[in-house]
Design a protein around this ligand. Structure first.
Ligand code: TYM
Length: 354
C-alpha cells in the first residue's frame, strides 16, 4: 500500500472502431470507477501515430472515442476527459522514461512483437517505445489505479518497473528535495516519487475474444468485421454477428468447469455475464443445458438493449464536433495544470534546469 492519493487513469487509442472488447474490458469500468475515485480518461492520439494513421482518420477517431466516453456515461465535468497530444508533458516525461527503461525490458513486450510482426526493421521507433509513453501517461499524474483489459497487463508491469527504477536511481535526491512519498516495495518502505501503479483487471470480460475464433482477441484491427461487435453497429448487425458467431455443437454446461475446453462458448457466456453485470456461474445457472439456438437470441437481445443507447448517443454527439472539441480542450487545460506540477518536480529531481 502506498500513501499516494488514489487516482484512476486510463487511455484508449483512436485507431479504428471501438469494439465490444474495448467497452466491456475498459470503458464500462471507467464509468463505474467515477463513483469512488477521481478519474482521468484520455484519448491517446500520440500512441495512434505509431501506426501512421491518415490525418483525417486520426481526427475523426479522436472525436469518436471522446463521444464514446461521454455516451457511455463518463462525466467530463467531475472528471477529466482530454486528448493526450494537447498535454505536451506526456511526451516530455516519455523522453525521460526512454532514458530510464532498458532495451531488454521493451524487447520482451509481446504486443510489440505481435504488431511489428516479422518485419521488425520496418516498425516505427515509436511502436517500440510505446510502453514508455504509456507509463508517462499514468505517472505524469502519479496515477495509482489503471482499469484495462488483460492485453495491457504487461505494459502496466513495465510502468511499475520504470517507476521503481526512477525511485531507486534518484532516491537520495528525492529525499533531499523533500519530494518523497512512502512507497511499499516488497517488505520495505522506501521514499519514492512515483507510485507503483495497480492494474484493475477483473470480472468476466478482461479478454473478449473474436466471434469467429475463440482463441483470438476481439480487435479493432481484425480484417473480418464479423469477428467483432463495434460500438456503432446497428441492432441488425449485432444480431447477425451473434447469430453467425462460431460455436460448438454441444449444449451449454451448467458449471463453469464445463467451459474449459470450449473457447467460443466461454467467450459468449463471458460477454453475457459482463453485459448483464453478473457472473458466468449465474449465466450458466440460467442457461445450462440449453442449445446455442436458444442462448444466442437472448445474448443478441441483451447486447442490443445495452449497446444501442450508447451507439445512438454517440451518433448524436458526433453531429456536434464543436462540443466534443470544447470538452477535450477544457479537460486538457485541467490536466495540464496537474502534469506541469509533476514535470517541474521531475526536472528538479533529474537535474534539468527549468
Ligand atoms: P487500446 O486502445 O488497444 O484498448 C483500449 C482498452 O480496451 C481494452 N481491450 C480489451 N479488453 C477486453 N477484451 C478485448 N478484446 C479488448 N480489446 C481491447 C484494452 O485492454 C484497453 O484497456 N495501450 C493502450 C492505451 C493506453 C493506456 C495508457 C491504457 C495508452 N496509455 C495508459 C491505460 C493507461 C491501448 O492500446 O489500448
Amino acid at each position: 500500500m502506498s500513501s499516494f492519493e488514489p487516482l484512476v487513469f486510463s487511455g484508449v487509442q483512436p485507431t479504428g472502431n471501438l469494439t465490444l472488447g474495448n467497452y466491456l474490458g475498459a470503458i464500462r469500468k471507467f464509468v463505474a470507477l467515477q463513483e469512488s475515485h477521481n478519474c482521468i480518461y484520455c484519448v491517446v492520439d500520440l500512441h495512434a501515430l505509431t501506426v501512421n494513421p491518415k490525418p483525417q482518420e486520426l481526427i475523426d477517431g479522436t472525436r469518436s472515442i471522446a463521444a464514446a466516453f461521454l455516451a457511455a456515461g463518463i462525466d467530463p465535468v467531475k472528471h477529466i476527459v482530454f486528448n493526450q497530444s494537447r498535454v505536451y508533458q506526456h511526451a516530455e516525461l516519455a523522453w525521460i522514461f526512454n532514458c530510464v527503461a532498458r532495451m531488454g525490458w521493451l524487447n520482451r513486450m509481446t504486443q510489440f512483437k505481435e504488431k511489428a510482426g516479422k518485419d521488425r526493421e520496418n516498425a516505427s521507433v515509436g511502436l517500440f517505445a510505446y510502453p514508455n509513453l504509456m507509463a508517462a501517461d499514468i505517472l505524469v499524474y502519479r496515477g495509482t489505479h489503471v482499469p484495462v483489459g488483460e492485453d495491457q497487463k504487461q505494459h502496466l508491469e513495465l510502468a511499475r518497473d520504470i517507476a521503481q527504477k526512477f525511485n531507486n536511481d534518484y532516491s537520495e535526491r528525492i529525499g533531499d528535495l523533500g519530494l518523497g512519498v512512502p512507497v511499499q516495495v516488497g517488505d520495505e518502505t522506501v521514499n519514492g516519487f512515483f507510485p507503483l501503479t495497480e492494474p484493475l483487471i477483473e470480472g468476466p470480460a478482461t479478454r473478449i475474444m473474436s466471434l469467429r475464433d475463440g482463441t483470438k482477441k476481439m480487435s479493432k484491427s481484425d480484417p473480418s468485421d464479423l469477428s467483432r461487435i463495434n460500438l456503432t453497429d446497428t441492432a441488425d448487425d449485432i444480431a447477425k454477428k451473434i447469430r453467425k458467431a462460431k460455436t460448438d455443437p454441444e449444449a451449454l454446461p451448467s458449471e463453469t468447469a464445463g467451459l474449459a475446453e470450449r473457447p467460443e462458448a466461454n467467450n459468449l457466456v463471458g460477454i453475457y455475464a459482463a453485459l448483464a453485470d453478473t457472473t458466468k456461474e449465474a449465466v450458466l445457472n440460467e442457461f445450462g443445458g440449453q442449445q446455442f439456438s436458444a442462448f444466442k437470441p437472448a445474448l443478441a437481445d441483451l447486447a442490443v438493449t445495452k449497446l444501442s443507447p450508447i451507439a445512438e448517443e454517440m451518433r448524436r454527439l458526433m453531429t456536434d464536433t464543436a462540443h466534443i472539441d470544447s470538452v477535450l480542450a477544457n479537460g486538457a487545460e485541467r490536466a495540464s495544470v496537474l502534469a506541469e506540477k509533476t514535470l517541474a518536480d521531475v526536472k528538479r529531481i533529474v537535474g534539468l534546469l527549468a
